[in-house]
Design a protein around this ligand. Structure first.
Ligand SMILES: [Zn+2]
Length: 74
């Protein structure tokens, strides 16, 4: 188990993040279906979130909508 302590937790997670990022972009490059769906959802969610911040919603309604967007049950 000595090997595991070579990295700090922070470094390990950063490496995991980098790894997942690379794997995901590599997959999206070869998988049109995922790329379309992922890109679509990402841009839609980003657009909605941005707009939600620009309009004046009651805080609890805003957070409920944001939670719904994350896929949680409202
Ligand atoms: Zn795919």
């Amino acid at each position: 188990m000595k090997e595991l302590s070579r990295f700090t937790c922070e470094e390990a997670f950063r490496r995991l993040d980098d790894y997942l990022d690379r794997e995901l972009s590599a997959h999206l490059e070869i998988c049109a279906g995922c790329a379309r769906e992922f890109g679509f959802e990402e841009s839609v969610l980003r657009g909605v979130r941005t707009r939600l911040r620009q309009i004046d919603l009651p805080a609890d309604l805003q957070s409920r909508v944001l939670r719904a967007l994350e896929g949680d049950v409202v």
